[in-house]
Ligand binder design. Sequence first.
Ligand code: AMP
Length: 192
Amino acid sequence: MNDIKTVAVYCGSNTGREETYLRAAAELGSVLASRGIKIVFGGTHKGLMGALADAALAGGGHVTGVITERLKAKGHTHSGLNAIETLPTMQARKKRMIALADAFIALPGGVGTLEEFMEVWTLNQLGEIAKPAGLFDVNGYYQPLMAMVDHMIAEAFLPAAHRDAIVVEAKPDALISGLVDFIPVTVQKWMS
Ligand code: AMP
């Protein structure tokens, strides 16, 4: 069992086309707060990030924002957080978020979200970190990504066992339980 005290949540700085995404971000924030799990996130009031933080704070949760100087200067910082850290670059910011978290969750989002999630997957794969990571598959949003993962496996760029190197769930409680119970894949990534 993994002891998860803090989760870094990656998610869209936009809200997405459907209300479902906003509701899911808020639901995740509420569930993490009710389970006493602290949140680290991008530190903005914008998009799904704002909905996540607002719901967690309303539920008595603890929320830390980690933002860059450039985004802060644009006025993107959420004003009601328990803590905010400002870093000079996106690279420094991602490193800090990874250091603060025991596990990672990606809600739906754009290239920023995908890049952050793929980085933690890669770092786990290469053994630089050992922290569970999961996709909150709202509305089947991440099925095209999982189809790409299956394509990597079919084309022998990824061992089949590595499909289980991340947790994919459509409900917050199942996702968090999956992260707590997660057992790392021991098959090495190189196939020859
Ligand atoms: P995207 O999915 O492209 O909207 O990017 C969202 C991800 O990139 C988040 O998880 C944040 O870490 C980061 N990010 C993008 N835009 C912002 C912003 N305005 N404020 C804070 N973080 C942001």
